[in-house]
Design a protein around this ligand. Sequence first.
Ligand code: URA
Length: 184
Amino acid sequence: MDFEALEEACKACTKCSLHQTRTNCVFGQGSRDAVLMFVGEAPGEKEDLSGIPFVGPAGQHLNKFLAAVGIDREQVYIANILKCRPPHNRDPLPAEQDCCIEYLRAQVKLIQPKIIACLGRIAAMRLITPDFKITRDHGVFHQRGNFLITAVYHPSALLRDPRKNEDMYRDMKAIRQKLDELEK
Ligand code: URA
């Protein structure tokens, strides 16, 4: 399936009940040639309304870190584990993740990023290991076939606890450094 067909299929998806309450399916945004892909949890209110990932307060906070380490948001690809917003932004249910994960896998196959950075514990637990502990394991890189995978704090967690901003800055700088090494 090509990118357009995948996006169409995702937008028409009724595999779980979240399609009943979504305004928009939030498929993903960014460059299809991205070397770096970010994967968040699920759309929030602003994302559901706009159809674009990370445009609300968490997204604006993420943008600050991207700018601080010199990563151009237009050069990366940003997606989520879930493409539809869970009511009241509750955590995605395992069954919802199971329904949705094939869209993300297909996105990864088409984009073929060299680095995947999970934003927060939900993505890290799904994509790295179920016993991932974000406070303990953030910033560690794992080789997975053709790509490296790591996790950083979710920007919403940083808004709740700004003491974590320093760790986020360090982890984002490390991602930037890996990108530089790959491009050498
Ligand atoms: N939080 C997420 O995990 N994803 C978004 O797209 C927005 C907020």
